[in-house]
Write a protein that binds this ligand. Sequence first.
Ligand code: GDP
Length: 297
Amino acid sequence: MFENLSERLSGVFDRLTKQGALSEEDVKTALREVRVALLEADVSLPVARDFVKKVQEQATGQAVTKSVTPGQQVVKIVHDALVDVLRGDGDPGKLKVDDPPAPILMVGLQGGGKTTTTAKIAKRLKEKDGKRVLMASLDVYRPAAMDQLAVLGAQIGVDTLPIVPGQKPVDIARRAKQQAALGGYDVYMLDTAGRLHIDQALMQEVEDVRNVVEPRETLLVVDGLTGQVAVEVAEEFDAKIGITGVVLTRMDGDGRGGAALSMRAVTGKPIRFVGTGEKMDALETFEPERIAGRILG
Ligand code: GDP
């Protein structure tokens, strides 16, 4: 479907392969292609524009090393610049869960993969970090979602807070906090309710829960295939709730990963994990190089 950016750039530079330095004009021509490719990969226009400007400044006047073609050199400059934007501070896979019981708040829209990701992260914390984890569903509007978390918990051998019908989300959060302390858990994860769209009631509810538990991590789970929508959702949740990181799901699909770039550029928040399937093991620590490669094609 997409023409590969690397190929495209090689095409642009074919006529230049015998020349020695990148002129401003050459770089401009190449970067027009980069911009189109970024937009096709679902990077937002302002982010694509800023990115291209930055690369233009870096690339112009750079001598082309003898061992590579100008096309390869621009691809490398673009690749490195992508990685630079995508990389956050520190290790994305290392959650702040010292200080037991450490609360992790999971937020996002309905259908983004929040419940699945909660269980995937719980499994990872248990198996990789040896943590005792308690999960609790705060989705009082969809009893099926509460059952879903309990089923996943049983499947991965992680405890879930017993369901008490009729309890409000903040009360469930309080109960989870209490149970986590009494039960000697290292971490407790709260799977909040999602909605189809962001609304005031949802935000208020998540805010109330946040105030009760004071989470160490607030992870936003968004469908990586929704591109711009994912970025808008992230901005909104960050402004209202304050997030500490993002999990992009459905990265096993054929999306080009552009949402990741916009997400980083717009919110400044680190991408911590990517979901790569429905199974409980299908969670990877975010690797900027991999997404950069995917955007470049
Ligand atoms: P929630 O409403 O945000 O809690 O979403 P769910 O966790 O219920 O996920 C909705 C659907 O997406 C389920 O069928 C999941 O199995 C699926 N899903 C979640 N994460 C991924 C992922 O990374 N890749 C794929 N292919 N499917 C996913």
